[in-house]
Design a protein around this ligand. Structure first.
Ligand SMILES: Nc1ncnc2c1ncn2[C@@H]1O[C@H](COP(=O)(O)OP(=O)(O)O)[C@@H](O)[C@H]1O
Ligand SMILES: [Mg+2]
Length: 154
């Protein structure tokens, strides 16, 4: 595995700041996995990424819809939340693979729910609880493209 970066996220503002940094480095076709317990801050991070890319509408959590798509300045961002999947095969039967391509940025919360059917990510961020109310982001680059995103994050 490539190296892991650890970023302490004291409060929600810190999570937003990480989203800002990430938004500047995202490249075409990037596949980002977001792991961590319910309430860890995955959607919070995605919201910050989208807003900093220039999205002005409301960012909904796709926990019921499973999927939201955003079009920002000619860029397409796909946001999935697979928490409600009962089996990994739902990823395939829903045709979600078709959304992963070389142009669009795709962010997936709960990728574990589609283990073995999802393609490999470029970057994985696991958000864990740290010191009662704070969080820590463990950021792992999984490809060259992912490594480039990790640059200047700390
Ligand atoms: N670094 C942080 N420290 C403390 N609370 C945070 C932090 N980041 C986000 N939060 C809060 O935690 C909650 C995260 O919710 P959400 O992003 O929906 O979680 P998830 O998508 O992981 O289930 C929000 O209430 C947010 O205000
Ligand atoms: Mg969420």
């Amino acid at each position: 595995m490539m190296k892991e970066i650890s970023v302490f996220l004291e409060n929600e503002k810190s999570t937003s700041e990480l989203g800002l940094k990430l938004s500047k480095n995202l490249s075409a076709g990037l596949l980002l996995f977001l792991k961590g317990d319910l309430g860890a801050g995955k959607t919070c991070l995605v919201r910050s990424i989208l807003i900093n890319l220039g999205y002005q509408g409301k960012v909904k959590s796709p926990s019921y819809s499973l999927f939201e798509q955003y079009s920002i300045d000619g860029k397409t961002i796909n946001h999935f939340d697979l928490y409600r999947f009962k089996s990994a095969e739902e990823w395939l039967s829903a045709g979600f693979n078709d959304y992963i391509n070389v142009h669009d940025i795709t962010i997936i919360e709960w990728p574990e729910k589609a283990k073995n059917v999802l393609c490999d990510s470029d970057i994985e961020i696991e958000i864990v609880y740290d010191k009662e109310i704070s969080r820590r982001a463990l950021i792992r680059a999984k490809s060259k493209k992912g490594e480039a995103v990790c640059k200047d994050l700390v």
